[in-house]
Design a protein around this ligand. Structure first.
Ligand code: BTN
Length: 235
């Protein structure tokens, strides 16, 4: 696996501070140490990659794109849930397609290929994005099936992916919130008409996003519940 060519990315993103590590616990932890807006922290491997809801993000050397982006304040003047959707749209865009599972998993062939988390640090947001690029297999005991771009027949250099990702984050995070919601709804099969179970155990059929970007689910008894936290799974 060739080492990541930071210089090539820096040449395409001359205004960004890029800090690249051979091995790190988590790019999220490093990003918190210096919240320079626009900073990009990436690593070949993470030994303690962080997923949403306290899960781990398995981050083998050279096989994925593992980055944390410190978002400039101009990009973050929006409700956090809307930002989460915008980041999912950006990851999907960089990967040139895929389905979006609310709030921002990118699925290929119904398997998770990328995940996003956002941490608030004062008035800044650190966006953590992991894209599975060239893994040939995943552990059997994952909660949800995973895949990589390579396993889905897509060969792309991580450098190309990162430049596309950074540009897409800039683009999607600047959209007006209602446009973000509209584009997310267009891109995601999960926003309406999908039977899901929420982490809380609630089960029903999705029926749109509320204006803040939260998913709404209609239970079989007709009650509509707004999902404020927790992922959803198809049933
Ligand atoms: C999820 O659980 O879906 C979110 C996964 C986010 C993983 C990325 S990899 C880069 C950054 N550093 C981390 O430790 N986590 C995020």
């Amino acid at each position: 696996m060739p080492r990541f060519n930071v210089e090539a990315v820096q040449a395409r993103l001359p205004d960004r501070q890029i800090d690249w590590f051979d091995s790190i616990d988590s790019t999220m932890i490093e990003a918190r140490r210096n919240l320079q807006p626009g900073r990009i922290v990436g690593a070949e491997e993470q030994t303690a990659g962080i997923g949403r809801h306290g899960r781990k993000w398995i981050s083998p050397a050279g096989e994925g794109l593992y980055v944390s982006l410190v978002l400039p304040a101009v990009l973050t003047a929006k409700p956090v849930p809307v930002m989460m959707l915008a980041l999912g749209l950006a990851a999907r865009d960089a990967m040139a397609g895929g389905d979006l599972r609310w709030p921002n998993d990118v699925l290929l062939n119904e398997k998770k290929c990328a995940g996003v988390l956002a941490q608030l640090e004062g008035d800044k947001i650190i966006a953590g994005i992991g894209i599975n690029v060239s893994q040939a297999k995943f552990p059997d005991d994952l909660e949800t099936p995973a895949t990589s771009l390579l396993l889905e027949g897509v060969r792309v250099a991580r450098e190309v992916l990162l430049v596309a990702l950074v540009n897409a984050v800039d683009h999607y995070c600047q959209l007006p919130p209602e446009e973000t919601l509209r584009q997310f709804a267009d891109a995601s099969s999960y926003v309406s008409g999908k039977r899901v179970r929420v982490e809380s155990g609630l089960e029903g059929v999705t029926c749109g996003l509320d204006p803040a970007g939260f998913l709404q689910v209609r239970e079989d008894n007709g009650t509509v519940t707004t999902i404020l936290a927790g992922g959803v799974r198809t049933v």
